[in-house]
Structures are given as C-alpha cells and as structure tokens.
Design a protein around this ligand. Structure first.
Ligand SMILES: Cc1cc2nc3c(=O)[nH]c(=O)nc-3n(C[C@H](O)[C@H](O)[C@H](O)COP(=O)(O)OP(=O)(O)OC[C@H]3O[C@@H](n4cnc5c(N)ncnc54)[C@H](O)[C@@H]3O)c2cc1C
Length: 420
C-alpha cells in the first residue's frame, strides 16, 4: 500500500468544490466509504486508513455471518492474525464417499487448517481498521446518489432505522457480501451471479472422543444424500462445531439432509447453539467496478473458490486489492485504476478458480463421479498437492512425475478404465 505525502484534511478536501459539498457537514465527507464490515470491508478500510485516507467503515452489524470458519495458514501470516483468534488447529481431513468409503488425508509437517469464530474474528478485524484510523458507523446502505459535481453521496439508515444519513465519498468500496446492494445498484452483471445456498448449525462439540468425531479433523461428506451438487461438512472449533451443507438446487431439502448428516456424523444429540444459512457466490463478476468511483471486494464481487466454497482468504485479498485500487483512484482521479483490483486478483488466483470450477462441474455432477473423485483422493500425491495448494494458495508446480501420474489416473477414472 502506498503511503501518501499529504495530510488527511488536505486529501479529504482534494477535488471538492464548495458548491459540491453544500449540505454535507465536513465530518460526513470521506475519501472512501467502505460498505460492509466483514473480512473484505474491514481489510479494505484498514489498508486505506493506513495509506492516509479518510475512511468510513459502514456496517449493518447485528448478525453473525454464517460460516465454517476454516482459514489457511497463508491468511494468518499475510494478515497478521493473532493466535488468540485461532480456536482450533485441524491437522487432517476425512473424505467420505457416497458409498460411505472413507479416505484419511493427514497434513504432514507443521501444516494445519485454522478455525476462526466469525463473531470474534470479524469484530477484531473491524476494531483493527478503527485503530488504523477508519471511522466506524453502524448503518444499512440504501443507495448512492450524486452531488452537483457528480461525486458519490452514500445514503444509509443508521442502526437499520431512522432518517437517512448522507455521506460524501470520492470512492466507494462495496464489500457488503453476497447479493450486495452496492453491486446490484452499481455494477453490471451483479444480478446474474449464481449461488449455492449453504446452511449450517453450530453445535456443542462432544466432550468425549466418539467414533465419528475427532476435534482435530475436518470431515467432508460427498453424495447426493448430503448435497446434489456440493458437499456436507463437519468443522470442529474447539468447544463448538459447524456442521453444514450447501446446494444450488432450490428443491433440495437442506434441513432434512442436515438432520440426517448430524446422525451420520454422530452429532444428532449435540446441543444446537445456532442454526443459520447464507448464499455463497459461485463466480467472480466480469467487472468489479462501475468505471467511475465504485469498486467491489469479496462476496460482493462473487469471489468464493468453486468446489470448496472457501471465501475468507479471497475476501481479504480482494479487500486489499480494492483498497489499493481505490487509493490509486483518489491519487490520480483516473477511474481506470479501479480495474486493477480484479486484474490483480485474476493474475494471482484466476487459474486456481478455473481449475476448481472445472472440478466442481465435472466431479460433483453424479454420485458415480463423486465416488471416483473420493477414490482419487487416496493418492498420496493428490493429498500432498491438495494440502500444499490450500495452505499456500498456489497451484503447485513441483514434481512433474506426480502431476503426470495424477493426470493419467484422472483420465483412467474419466474413461471408466478403473472402478472406484
Ligand atoms: C454456511 C457458510 C459456510 C462457509 N464456510 C467457509 C469456510 O469454512 N471457510 C471460508 O474461507 N469461507 C467460508 N464461507 C464463505 C465466507 O463466509 C465468505 O466468502 C466471506 O464471509 C466473505 O467475506 P465478505 O467480507 O466479502 O462478506 P461478508 O462476510 O458477508 O460480510 C459482509 C458485511 O457486509 C455487511 N452488510 C451487508 N449488507 C449491508 C448493507 N446493506 N449495509 C451495510 N452493511 C451491510 C454485513 O453486516 C457484513 O458484515 C462460508 C459461507 C457460508 C454461507
């Protein structure tokens, strides 16, 4: 993030005429208004404040984001997440096929999957953005209007009720999650993002070891009984556990499937703490900006990894890239700089998203294919490449012989030469 040589009041006034500011008090004029205080918005607000921008972080608040809470070590390192927020370290996964065959996938070395509780994680990120200089306000974004000189005026309802408040922004970061109101109002194509609807329950973890539950292991259930097009999961968080599933099929009975999954996972009698659901976007938008002064980040931009549904790391990276693009826009006034957010993201992660998208479309299509997919997961090279790619967020290029063997196995499975 570039540091600017200007003082904050000088920048706040930059580019504003007296006429354009009329009716809006100086305390309601910002370089950037970030809508949404989830991981994407809190990251963007912090980075912009650290770059010397005057920032409003506007969040609706009042609801804990439904989420499995699994994060890779790269997120923890890159975003300086303290150990105190990691409520569990997972050191293995177990994949369960439609015919109930099990594949153990241990993580070798010192690798792990971190677990965060969104209630504390998101609040900590917002507080960190505030400590960096962002102003926090609670309110629900309603719409963007234009001032006399065309500058964005963001209208929000404080605390979700009361009279609308107007704040002026040279740039708006839309980080208000799936089905983002900012995206729907400002960015072409936002209404066409496909979604998986994910539903989970937070239950109390068993206090004694059980046959089907291990507090250091994530379980991933494949099969049309759990989901016709996605998967079911059991993610332990220490004293609590997230158990859930997702599907894009409207007619699929998620609640009944989850009740069955709880039985299968040995968690039927675990006390339920919360029960909640939310959409997971399945495809990044083609544009993340409006070509003028709005840029999107995170779920608002449709950025969740296909096949896995992993969105936290990508939301924070998206928030960082959106902040960089918004800062460059404030500095130059050139709206083309806003495109840098998507371009930078796709350069780094586009290939992973394409590969995962293909995987989801092919391997999650039928139980027969899911069975074969689980069978491929037995291969130690597949396991090693999967974990390395998850933890480092890079496609692994090492060991060409392993890639070749996996490729041949894939072809053999696809051609039906080998059975599950
Ligand atoms: C059930 C489920 C399980 C998941 N499990 C995982 C997982 O294990 N690991 C993983 O990496 N990802 C997981 N994801 C995906 C992950 O939760 C999201 O990708 C991530 O939260 C996106 O972050 P975000 O900041 O873009 O959006 P969000 O986290 O949705 O944050 C959006 C913020 O905007 C605010 N907001 C919304 N509308 C308005 C408005 N009009 N005005 C003001 N504020 C507003 C909300 O209050 C919220 O704070 C899961 C998702 C679901 C639904």
């Amino acid at each position: 993030m570039t540091q600017l040589g200007m003082t904050r009041p000088a920048m706040t006034q930059a580019g504003m005429t007296g006429a354009a500011c009329a009716g809006i008090a100086p305390r309601d004029r910002f370089d950037a208004v970030v809508v949404g205080g989830g991981p994407a918005g809190a990251t963007a607000a912090r980075d912009l404040a650290q770059a010397g921008r005057s920032v409003l972080l506007l969040d609706r608040a009042g609801r804990i984001k439904p989420c499995g809470g699994a994060v890779p070590p790269r997120l923890i390192e890159e975003f300086d997440i303290p150990d105190s927020l990691i409520v569990a370290r997972i050191t293995a996964a177990r994949v369960i096929s439609p015919s109930s065959r099990q594949v153990q996938m241990p993580i070798h070395g010192d690798g792990f999957v971190g677990m965060v509780d969104r209630e504390t994680f998101d609040e900590w990120l917002r507080a960190r953005a505030e400590a960096a200089g962002a102003e926090r306000r609670r309110g629900t974004f309603e719409r963007i209007e234009r001032d006399a000189d065309g500058t964005a005026v963001v209208l929000y309802r404080p605390g979700g009720a009361g009279d609308l408040v107007r704040v002026r922004a040279r740039v708006v970061v839309g980080a208000d999650g799936a089905r983002s109101a900012v995206a729907l109002q400002c960015v072409k194509g936002a209404a066409r993002i496909p979604y998986v609807f994910a539903f989970h329950e937070i239950v109390r973890s068993p206090d004694r070891p059980q046959q089907d539950f291990d507090g250091t292991r994530c379980d991933v259930y494949y099969g049309s009984a759990h989901s016709p097009d996605f998967y079911g999961w059991v993610f332990p968080h220490g004293p609590t556990t997230s158990i859930g599933l997702g599907s894009a099929h409207k007619g699929f009975g998620q609640r009944a499937a989850l009740t069955a999954l709880r039985r299968t996972a040995g968690l039927a009698d675990a006390p339920t703490i919360r029960r909640e659901g939310a959409p997971i976007p399945l495809r990044p938008l083609r544009r993340w900006d409006n070509g003028r002064d709005v840029v999107l980040a995170g779920d608002a931009a449709g950025v969740v990894a296909p096949a896995s549904g992993e969105g936290l790391y990508y939301a924070m990276i998206g928030g960082r890239l959106a902040a960089g693009a918004a800062d460059a826009f404030c500095r130059t006034g050139d709206a083309r700089t806003l495109r840098r957010a998507r371009r930078g993201f796709m350069r780094e992660h586009g290939q992973v998203f394409r590969v995962l998208g293909l995987m989801q479309r092919f391997w999650y299509a039928t139980d027969a294919r899911r069975e074969r997919f689980c069978s491929i997961c037995r291969d130690p090279d597949v396991q090693s490449l999967t974990w390395t790619a998850y933890m480092t967020k890079r496609l692994v290029r090492a060991r060409p012989s392993a890639h070749l063997r996996i490729f041949c196995k894939n072809i053999a499975h696809l051609a039906g030469v080998v059975s599950a």
